[in-house]
Write a protein that binds this ligand. Sequence first.
Ligand code: AMP
Length: 377
Amino acid sequence: VSSPPLTVGIVGGGQLGRMLALAGIPLGVRCVCVEPADVAPAAVAADVIRADYGDHAALGELARRCDVVTVELEHVDVDALGWLSERLTVHPAPQIVATVQDRLLEKQALRRAGVATATFAEPSACPTGYPGGTVVKRRLGGFDGRGQLRYDGSADALAAADELGGPCIVEEVVPFDRELSIVAARSVDGSVACYPVVENRHVDGILRETIAPAVAADQATAEELVRNLLSSWGYVGTIGVELFEVDGALLANEVAPRVHNSGHWTIEGSATSQFEQHVRAICGLPLGDVSTVGPSGMVNLLGGWPDPASVLALPHAHLHLYGKAPRPQRKVGHVTVVAPTVGQRDTTMAAVRVLMDVRRSSSSEDAVSAPPCPGGC
Ligand code: AMP
């Protein structure tokens, strides 16, 4: 865009906006978020305009105050992004956000870019699903495994789509060995930097832990896949691509057109975090070094947080609380672990797991002692 000082507008003011804004501060980049919720985790580091994502007065203010606009979530009003893009630069492009909002368009676009995915079809074209196993998903609005029904074999896809409501996609179940992801960034000048492939462990469809780097993953193939995607989409910014590893092959499942939960470890585990990288990319600044500091991991704090002092007493552990009120399964923070050895990383991750188990068994959600919450809980 130009040289700092710059102002970045962010549609969304949650924890991703907060970590983006925090990453921008040392670079001389300020952030302004649009966020309708009363509590905006980004408020500790950014100005927040309290308004709906599609509110034209708020978007007009964003356009006046900012040099470039980005998103911290994909389920935003694409027309609003289009309106903004007529006034200033928006990265990633509104058309890309519109594509990934819709699981059918997303998978079609992945295939067009030469990226392998699970076999899929519209329900009318595949009414009995797939004999090897069937997943029926809502095309719009589903995340963290919500809005989908799974069957061990064939299924009545039309009835499943009726039950889910709204347009759906039918996918073949992939008998994957592991779930992986790759986070990468592409700058305005087309240069690309890829982080190591990581392994993601989910519980109930929600990311619980990330191991970075993933053991024996095919980094070269994952990088080629994400590079193809970034260049064929003309993408600018950080992207997260969720992958299934099956018999060593990689299939893309989902694309996040933004910084990704599986890249949070980069805050301490990489020379340049995914958040700083996104700020650099969208502002037209050079991309940063993505060398890793050491074996890393990330544990999401879901539903509440363990005693902060106990986490901070663990070697190699870094605590991140988002200033959000605890609620069942809600992402309220994460712990990053960056250790000199894999063994030390694993020991600390196990200790964090134990602290979370202690929290779950010893306290009801509202009995958790609240840490200072500058954003307001
Ligand atoms: P999604 O909302 O597409 O990210 O799906 C949530 C989770 O459901 C994924 O992380 C996988 O564990 C599982 N899943 C989704 N699609 C498939 C598929 N086609 N085959 C096997 N598992 C799937």
